[in-house]
Ligand binder design. Structure first.
Ligand code: ADP
Ligand code: MG
Length: 684
């Protein structure tokens, strides 16, 4: 149960003063639905304003507050902006510039001869001083402008002023909380109490003070993972030792890579234990994770148990089913599939087979872990593309058998080590850090989007010669709607040229609709697939050997790498074209050229973190986890070791979290919505 002291903070933001229905949407969008969310809504920067008596060249570039009197209006032609000339008390002139057709409102705002307070960024325009769209106030209102003010991440319909008011109300509700940080650490870092830190996060411009709050979050995160780990260690699983009678019958047309062998033996080591395995298998796209998973599943079957293989989408589930079927030809292994699509008799008989143990391995979507699905003796569960699932889903999965099954989670998202610990802290990690030999590298080129017509011509030739291609449309920040619009527009334009050969998939499509569209592409009915990033996950179409990514600079590097991994799966040489705008920053250039130079996902991930501080790398939003709200990737890197140690120490001393500090730590777990860990605490 959530500690009572937190209840006010978990009240709905909607219950605060001054919130009408109109704010519900923007608040939701910013994920500020609870009062405590506002506490952690970190200012994106601090606005400093300078009150000046006189307008002065020297202040160009600063945001200033000044008193001026409008003296003249100048409107240029229909295409040039409307300007209000104004003078300060010394006669220095400034041009207040307004874009837009409506000249009525600037005139109303700034009547000639009436002194006003203006605020905005001072600029130079030719040899004049100017301010674009200044904030205009009455003289008496000057006191309302803060000289230093936090500026918050905002959303349509929710301005900074209102946001500031909401945050203030939330901060006023923040109670004193018992301290969960180790006293010696608190002292050595000179951190304030939680309440003081929250107050100063919104009260003064000082980057340091947010470290404590970030630490809290990381600590709660690591503590929750450790609780999962501890509870897992205490569980009774089944010790599996295959005798090899099935594994030996599989004939592969190739040698396993050294990395695959190493991972397999790490997994076998885990399976032999009686406490259940909890392992993450990281391996770049195409590194051969499926085969490693199959070995684990077969070990279970050899020992007389069942295995389950969970994929995030219908289409991937079918793909895996077919792939495994081929590998298992001639073996006495009963493989079955179950997805949301399977209904009626087929479903019934699959459920029967699972319950009576006649099905050895079940592949499917999350349907395979629904309530009605009972396994006779599930011993190994594999989750593919793990980053699409959250921790709580991982936990649910392990509750499917009397004895906890061994769990193998797989991901192709290469993330840096520090972040692995913060994302998958409860698991042991195996890495396939080597690709099978002889893979053709994907040739990657960065091309200016001015050359789009050439690119389309090239695409035409590619398709005419029988190839298939993907066209990924840009991510438009903060707006699914425009994502979709961009993809739809592009698809429409390409259809004009290529007709019915063009398919379109996007995130707003319903599952079956999307699957149908993907299947058309897979079987070659469509030859060009225009998509938003939904194709990111594991789809395998060997005949697709060209990937075009529009506005590539707007994607995360790791994401680009994932996308690129959709091609290069067949025998022909694959190409990836990264289209970019013409005004790229140095960093953006460096990032894109890194992709041109290497195909090594781990290297790309580390570099992406270094160049950018890797928000998207974490990808937590997709997984349904709370994610990190306050801790930045940098802070995670810097603080995670201390937080992990601290959490471990606490649990060593007080595994039931019953001491005063333990109780305080429980509060932290709830505060950061990591309370799934709490239910796992063993009493006593
Ligand atoms: P991913 O790690 O992306 O899931 P897959 O398991 O789908 O990769 O493997 C990609 C392809 O590589 C498959 O066609 C698989 O048969 C092949 N493969 C796997 N291991 C090897 C190996 N050791 N040598 C050559 N090909 C391999
Ligand atoms: Mg895979």
């Amino acid at each position: 149960m959530r500690p009572e002291i937190l209840n006010p903070l978990f009240g709905e933001t909607q219950s605060l003063k001054g919130i009408g229905k109109a704010l519900a949407k923007p608040l939701e969008k910013l994920r500020l639905t609870r009062v405590k969310d506002l506490l952690y809504h970190k200012p994106s920067y601090w606005m400093r304003r300078k009150r000046v008596q006189e307008l002065d060249e020297a202040d160009v570039g600063l945001t200033i507050i000044a008193e001026v009197t409008p003296t003249d209006y100048r409107s240029g032609g229909p295409r040039s902006p409307f300007r209000v000339q104004a003078a300060d008390s010394q006669g220095n002139i400034i041009s207040l510039t307004f874009f837009g057709r409506n000249t009525g409102w600037p005139k109303k705002l700034l009547p000639l001869g009436e002194s006003k307070i203006i605020s905005g960024k001072l600029e130079r325009y030719g040899d004049e001083l100017q301010m674009l769209h200044p904030e205009v106030l009455e003289l008496a209102e000057e006191k309302d402008i803060a000289l230093v003010e936090p500026i918050y991440p905002l959303s349509d319909g929710l301005g900074n002023k209102r946001m500031g008011q909401l945050v203030k109300q939330a901060v006023a509700m923040a109670p004193e909380l018992p301290e969960w940080i180790e006293p010696s650490l608190l002292e050595s870092k000179k951190w304030d109490s939680w309440q003081e830190s929250v107050i100063s996060l919104h009260g003064r411009e000082d980057a340091e003070q947010c470290d404590r709050l970030a630490y809290d979050e990381i600590f709660a995160n690591q503590l929750a993972f450790m609780l999962v780990r501890a509870s897992n260690r205490g569980k009774q699983g089944v010790s599996i030792q295959g005798d090899g009678h099935l594994l030996d019958q599989i004939s592969l047309p190739f040698e396993l890579t050294g990395a695959q062998k190493r991972c397999i033996s790490e997994i076998e080591g885990d399976l032999a234990q009686s406490s259940p395995m909890l392992r993450l298998l990281q391996g770049d796209v195409g590194s051969g994770k499926t085969l490693v998973a199959l070995m684990a599943l077969l070990s279970a079957v050899e020992a007389g148990y069942q295995g389950a293989f969970l994929a995030p989408t219908e289409i991937l589930a079918r793909q895996h089913f077919e792939g495994l079927q081929k590998l298992l030809i001639g073996l006495p292994v009963n493989l079955a599939i179950l997805t949301g699509r399977d209904k009626g008799k087929i479903r019934e008989s699959t459920l029967m087979g699972l319950a009576d143990g006649s099905i050895d391995i079940l592949v499917g979507t999350h349907a395979i872990f629904q309530e009605k699905v009972h396994y006779k003796k599930l011993a190994v569960a594999v989750i593919d593309e793990q980053h699409k699932f959250g921790v709580s889903q991982r936990l649910m999965l392990t509750q499917k058998a009397e004895k906890s099954p061994h769990l193998l989670a797989m991901t192709a998202t290469p993330i840096p080590r520090t972040l692995t610990l913060s994302q998958y802290g409860e698991m042991d990690v195996s890495r396939i850090d080597e690709l099978p030999p002889g893979r053709q590298a994907i040739e990657t080129r960065v091309i200016s989007d001015g050359r789009l017509p050439e690119v389309v011509d090239g695409l035409g030739r590619h398709m005419a010669s029988g190839g298939q291609a993907y066209w990924v449309c840009p991510l438009v920040e903060e707006s699914e709607k425009s994502d979709l619009a961009a993809a739809e527009d592009r698809a429409a334009a390409l259809k004009l040229r290529f007709g019915d050969q063009v398919g379109l998939v996007h995130g707003r499509m319903k599952g079956p609709e999307k699957d149908a569209e993907m299947e058309k592409f897979q079987c070659g009915q469509t030859r060009l697939l225009v998509a938003t990033t939904v194709i990111e996950v594991g789809v395998d179409v060997p005949n697709a050997s060209l990937m075009i990514i529009e506005a590539a600079d707007r994607f995360g590097l790791a994401q680009l790498h994932q996308l690129r991994g959709r091609v290069g799966r067949g025998d022909v040489k694959s190409n990836c074209l990264l289209l970019r705008g013409d005004t790229l920053s140095e960093t953006a250039r460096a990032r894109l050229s890194l992709l041109r130079e290497t195909n090594d996902g781990f290297k790309i991930a580390e570099e992406d973190l270094r160049l950018r501080g890797a928000g998207e790398l974490l990808g937590t939003r997709q997984s349904g986890d709370a994610g990190f709200r306050i801790a930045s990737p940098d802070q995670i890197s810097q603080l995670i070791a201390a937080a992990t140690d601290d959490a471990r120490l606490l649990l060593d001393r007080d595994g039931g979290l019953s001491s005063a500090r333990g109780q305080a730590a429980r509060i932290a777990l709830y505060l950061f919505e990591r309370d799934w860990g709490v239910s796992l605490i063993r009493s006593g």
